[in-house]
Design a protein around this ligand. Structure first.
Ligand SMILES: Nc1ncnc2c1ncn2[C@@H]1O[C@H](COP(=O)(O)OP(=O)(O)OP(=O)(O)O)[C@@H](O)[C@H]1O
Ligand SMILES: [Mg+2]
Length: 434
């Protein structure tokens, strides 16, 4: 337990405070604020009781941090470490903090303030007395990682004396050696064609074939919306999944969010700025790494042929190309086929999906094929059930099994996993937890 957290740009202050409070301190370098206060807050994974913010943080940074930290840790005590300045009163008025501490305060004054705030937190039920005791066995680490959730297989070794392990209601089924794994990118040259809808239903359908051995990566790094469409609340995102710490397989697994239909989601970045931190190379590596654990890896992408989408295509076995019946987007898709073939980036298996087909569009599927210069593999009719299911946070193929669009989504699943049932609607939770 490290009850104290320091976010500061002053290495000198950090050294001083560490000398004073030792093992009880976790530190996040204030330089991380370049990526925003949300990012810094997302790095705090323990349950700190008191945060010291500063010195050398601006007013905006401090305010942003206080807001971001208190959302995640509502009982946190907050101390702003700031020199006495004329505008300090304004800071105190605007920022919801408990105390201001001068970085030049004596050791005694600093410790006395920490003690007073700790007492106040305990007296007000915001912390327990044990939260502030020194536990020297734990080495201080600059960026903490929560204890990973342990696979059920490992949980059986948990003894009465051992740590309490949160038992997940799911397992990562081991992938038998030699099992072929597939990665499927869902791409479209233009936005709003139905990539995310198809990617979600693909994950849901494939999870019936391989329960809990399917992972869906939201690689729409800036505006990914898979967790919203599935009503999930991710604790971690793709930013964590590609972070250095995720080199450890268990840490990588903790970056996944489980869906009760038997698949996992790598959530999109919590903000567009953080999405920018995920390089194309990192995305490619993530796909490869997840293929070592999961039978199916599905990648939802940003519209167009940006670098990330190209790298995703390089790392997959299958690509699902999605277009609606609009002539501009069909033409763009034809150009995309030509470009990918020229670049040698066309994945081995191509699935052409025309989405939101509508008799009133004035085009037949034959017309569409002429524009595309390629056969259409699946046509998904326009259906109001798609929006309804998304608003309900339930994948369409489980929300409305008889809907024509749901049936068409199932035929995309069948193309990738012919063993999938065209109508199945089994409970994957039951299948996974024997
Ligand atoms: N077959 C369909 N019938 C009716 N509405 C649909 C259908 N497919 C998708 N939609 C709706 O179209 C909108 C865009 O779909 P979706 O978000 O899946 O597209 P996208 O390609 O992922 O978009 P973006 O490029 O913004 O990521 C959504 O409101 C979705 O509910
Ligand atoms: Mg999308």
């Amino acid at each position: 337990m490290t009850p104290l957290l320091l976010v500061s740009r002053s290495a000198e202050y950090e050294t001083r405070l560490r000398a004073l409070v030792g093992e009880r301190l976790a530190v996040i370098d204030g330089e991380f604020l370049t990526f925003g206060s949300q990012f810094v807050a997302s790095r705090v994974t323990g349950e700190p009781r008191i945060a010291l913010l500063g010195p050398v943080l601006s007013y905006e940074e401090t305010k942003g941090l206080v807001d971001a930290l208190t959302v995640r840790h509502p009982n946190l005590g907050l101390i702003v470490v700031q020199e006495q300045r004329s505008d300090l009163e304004d800071w105190a008025d605007d920022i919801d903090m408990h105390a201001v501490l001068s970085p030049d305060a004596s050791d005694r004054a600093t410790l006395a303030l920490l003690d007073r705030l700790a007492d106040w937190l305990i007296a007000n039920g915001r912390a327990g007395a044990r939260d502030f005791t020194v536990q020297p066995a734990i080495a201080p680490v600059p960026l903490e990682i929560d204890p990973p959730l342990v696979d059920l297989a490992d949980a059986s070794v948990d003894s009465a004396a051992g740590p309490v392990v949160a038992e997940p209601g799911w397992v990562f089924p081991p992938l038998e050696a030699g099992t072929p794994t597939e990665a499927i990118a869902v791409v479209a040259p233009k936005g709003g064609q139905g990539k995310t809808t198809i990617a979600i239903n693909l994950a849901t359908g494939l999870a019936e074939v391989a329960p809990n051995s399917v992972v869906l990566i939201d690689a729409d790094l800036q505006f990914g919306d898979i967790t919203i469409a599935l009503a999930l609340t991710p604790e971690r995102t793709i930013v964590d999944a590609v972070a250095e710490a995720a080199d450890d397989e268990i840490v990588l697994k903790t970056a996944l969010t489980h869906h009760s239909d038997g698949f996992f989601v790598v959530a999109s970045a919590p903000s567009p700025e953080l999405g920018d931190l995920v390089s194309p190379v990192a995305l490619g590596r993530l796909i490869d790494r997840l293929r070592a654990t999961f039978r199916y890896v599905i990648v939802d992408t940003t519209p167009g042929m940006g670098e990330h989408s190209l790298v995703a295509l390089e790392h997959v076995t299958d690509a699902v190309f999605v277009s609606n019946m609009g002539v501009p987007s069909l033409r763009a898709m034809r150009t995309e086929f030509e470009l990918l073939t020229t670049l040698g980036l066309m994945p081995g298996n191509r699935h052409v999906v025309v989405n939101q087909t509508d008799k009133l569009s004035g085009l037949t599927i034959k017309d569409v094929e002429n524009i595309l210069g390629a056969p259409v593999d699946v046509d998904v009719p326009k259906s109001s059930a798609v929006l309804l299911s998304s608003n309900r946070g339930v994948p369409l193929i489980h929300d409305d099994v008889r809907d024509p669009a749901a049936k068409a989504m199932r035929s995309i699943v069948l193309r990738i996993a012919p063993e999938a049932s065209p109508t199945a609607n089994q409970d994957p939770e039951k299948a996974a937890i024997e």
